[in-house]
Structures are given as C-alpha cells and as structure tokens.
Design a protein around this ligand. Structure first.
Ligand SMILES: [Fe+2]
Length: 352
C-alpha cells in the first residue's frame, strides 16, 4: 500500500486532506510542522509528501530541500494559499512534482494525488525490475563461473590421469612428461608468451607421450637398440596421441602440438616430415624441452649425457633442427636463468 505524509499547520486542513487520501486507499500520516515531518521522514518511508508552504519556523520549501537530501524518489506536492511566481520557481527548483493553490478542490486534489502515486509506483516497479535483472545477471555469471571451474577441474584430473597412465607402462620415463611440461612452460614464459599459452604448453608436456600407450611395453623398456620395425612402432605414438586427444574435449592446439613434437625444421623428423613454419610454436618449444630432458636422463640403453651435451645439441642445431628463437630462449633459460628440471605436477588451469 502507498503511504503519504501531509504537513500543514492548520488542523482542519490536515484532517480534511488526510481523510480524502485515506478514503482513496492510501495510508496517511500527518505532521503539524516541518520539524515533526522531517523526523517522521527519517523514521519512515513515504511515497508522497503533501506540504503547505507557509508554516512557522521552517517553510515547506526548506522542508522539501531537506527531504530531497534523504529521499530523491518521493513525490512532493506543495500547497499554498498565497501563490506567487517566486514561490512557484523555488518549488520547481527544489524538485517539487506538483503545485496546488488553496483552497483545495477535492476532485482536483485527488486527481493530482493519484497521478503522483501512480508515477511513484511505476518508478518503484522499474527500479525493482532493474534490480531483479541485475540479480539475475549476477546469478547467471556465478553459474557460468561455477560450471567453468567444474569443467576445468574435470579436465585437469583427466590430464593428470592421462599423464600417470603412460608412466605406469613406461617407468623409465617416470617424471619425464612432468619435467618436459614444466620446462616447456618456463621456455614459453622466457619467450614472453601469454598466461594461457604457457598453461597450454605445460599441459602439452604433461601428456605429450600419451600415444605410447599403443606401443608394447617390451619396446618401451627394451635395453638395447630398437630394430627398424620396433622404431616404427615407437614412432607411431605421435599419431596415436593426436588421435586419442582429438576425441576428447581439449583445445585442438594441444593435440596438434603433440602430433608434431618429433618433427624437425629441416623435415628430418616424423611422422609427417613437416618443415619450418609448418610446425607450431608450441611444438617447437615442446621438442626442444623434450630433447634436453631426454638427453640429461638415464635410459635403459645409456646413462645420462649431461646438461652440457644436451645444450650443445640444441646450440649446434639451432636453426637446423630446432627453431632458432626457441633454442635461444631454452639456452638462456638454463645458462642465464640457471633453470633445473622440475618434476612436480602443477595444478593445471585449462584455458577454455
Ligand atoms: Fe615423444
């Protein structure tokens, strides 16, 4: 129900007008002066203020100015027995919504009251709708955030699982993927790539050998040199990894870089003998990190070759087998940044 406050120093006026308003279905309070009105306004909320202008101590205009500081939405109708142009101007300046001269005619008065109450109801309704809309938008954004986080969590678990599965089958390379992933992320960071690109490269490293799941364990752990057919089977892991990852919901750029991680820029790599720019930046990073990590690790068929030999391999073949810029970043990371391999499994934040 709408609520009005009538302020007039004349008792008969207060009684008559408040009765008109109440009979019209509007809750109505009365105040005999501006001070009383002001304190009632501070304690209650009103949709409509109807005030006399000429009152002792504080005029209706002063009251209106004070009330506007408390409530800018309330509709205000002013009444006066002495209408002058100056009073009217000041009333408008103080943001009165309507102006009525005394003596008041019941029908005219109620017409103005109803019009102002209706405008106030419409503006309240609009405000409520805007708030509801804002609340709904916030709810939607929260829901999208929650779903995105859940999706990222599930993808992160899938990547961790995939990364672990292959290490169970190929214990000699335990930690290899994590070290390659973390090193690739550091090279990407050294190159100044975006946060999303760095995370993508880390994920690529963590699962780059996932295709080895199709390679028999005897070949993966064979201590001696592989025969030609065995090498072909081992090499099939790039394509196998690509196919597996293409079927799951991870960014295609990851699957493609895994497909390319054994290519070389002179076309001497496998499986597609891609050259130079045909190889993605992510794959260039991955292959350099993969080579350095593999050469510095022990294998069933040889001991570690050491970091210096691994870095010399990259330096000697920068621009021949490996991308020149990526090789330079890798060498600087180890030589200037004193990077050491890190086999921790970091929380993955999958760019979606
Ligand atoms: Fe590989």
């Amino acid at each position: 129900m709408s609520r009005a406050l009538i302020v007039d120093d004349e008792l008969s006026m207060r009684m008559t007008l408040s009765e008109f308003v109440r009979r019209d279905g509007i809750e109505c309070d009365v105040a005999q002066n501006a001070f009383q009105a002001l304190s009632m306004f501070q304690e209650n909320s009103y949709d409509l203020l109807i005030t006399d202008i000429v009152m002792p101590k504080m005029s209706g205009i002063e009251l209106m100015e004070k009330i506007r500081e408390i409530d800018s939405e309330c509709k205000i109708i002013i009444l006066t027995g002495e209408p002058t142009v100056e009073t009217a101007i000041r009333a408008v300046q103080s943001q009165a919504n309507d102006y009525m001269a005394k003596p008041v005619q019941k029908d005219d008065f109620l017409h103005i009251v109803r019009r102002n109450i209706q405008i106030k109801q419409l503006s309240d309704e609009r405000k409520w709708l805007l708030l509801e809309n804002e609340r709904y938008q916030r709810h939607l954004e929260d829901m999208v955030d929650q779903r995105t986080q859940a999706l990222q969590k599930s993808m992160s678990s899938t990547i961790t699982l995939l990364s672990q599965v292959i290490e169970y089958r190929d214990p000699y390379t335990a930690g290899h993927q994590r070290r390659v992933g973390n090193c690739s992320a550091k090279i990407a960071e050294w190159l100044g790539l975006s946060k999303d690109s760095i995370e993508n490269v880390r994920i690529m490293g963590y699962i780059h050998d996932i295709g080895k799941i199709v390679v028999p364990s005897e070949i993966l752990s064979k201590p001696g040199k592989l025969t030609y057919p065995e090498s072909l089977l081992l090499q099939s892991h790039s394509l196998a990894g690509f196919k597996m990852l293409s079927d799951v919901n991870i960014p295609p750029i990851i699957a493609e870089a895994i497909y390319q991680h054994h290519e070389r820029i002179d076309g001497s790599g496998y499986p597609r003998k891609l050259k130079g720019d045909q190889i993605s930046l992510q794959a260039h990073i991955l292959m350099v990190a993969d080579v350095v990590e593999a050469m510095t690790s022990h294998r069933p068929y040889r001991p570690s070759l050491g970091l210096d030999v691994a870095l010399a391999e990259i330096e000697g073949n920068a621009g021949v087998l490996y991308d020149h810029t990526v090789s330079k970043a890798c060498l600087e990371l180890f030589r200037i940044g004193n990077y050491t391999f890190d086999d921790r499994q970091y929380e993955i934040s999958m760019p979606i």
